[in-house]
Design a protein. Structure first.
Length: 142
């Protein structure tokens, strides 16, 4: 994303994960809690939770995401469906519960998808059972 001219900010509680991101090309890293973002209101065009919501309190982080998003901003999420193994402390939220929390925070879901992911490709899966990730994109409700 940075190569296209976008400013990308990585956020994590873990200093080690931020260092890893910087080594892999992340331009800016911020050590902080997603439930208390250290940014002003309406600072970002997009907020992405990439396989991280299983460690977070949905209602809190979605309200914070809405606070820092500009009008017409997008919230995008990827997470694991129930049948995919994950870290022992990772909570695999059912997609319906994630959608409910997103709409409760004022977002409208624009694109729910189940994805099949391989090393060099991502494609839409025919069902949740056949997927490796689910993807949700949303916009602020007007």
């Amino acid at each position: 994303m940075s190569a296209t001219g976008l400013t990308v900010v990585g956020l994590d509680l873990s200093h080690a994960m931020l260092r890893r991101g910087l080594r892999n090309g992340l331009g800016m890293a911020v050590q902080a809690d997603a439930a208390a973002l250290p940014f002003g209101a309406r600072s970002f065009d997009a907020v992405m939770f990439v396989e991280s919501i299983g460690y977070l309190a949905l209602e809190q982080v979605f309200k914070e995401a809405r606070r820092v998003l500009r009008p017409e901003g997008r919230l995008m999420i990827t997470s694991y469906p129930a049948q995919i193994g994950a870290h022992a402390h990772y909570r695999k939220w059912p997609i319906e519960q994630v959608i409910e929390a997103m709409t409760g925070a004022g977002f409208t879901i624009t694109r729910p998808q189940y994805l099949d992911v391989a090393k060099t490709r991502v494609s839409e899966a025919s069902s949740e059972r056949r997927s490796k990730l689910f993807y949700l994109s949303s916009a602020e409700r007007q």
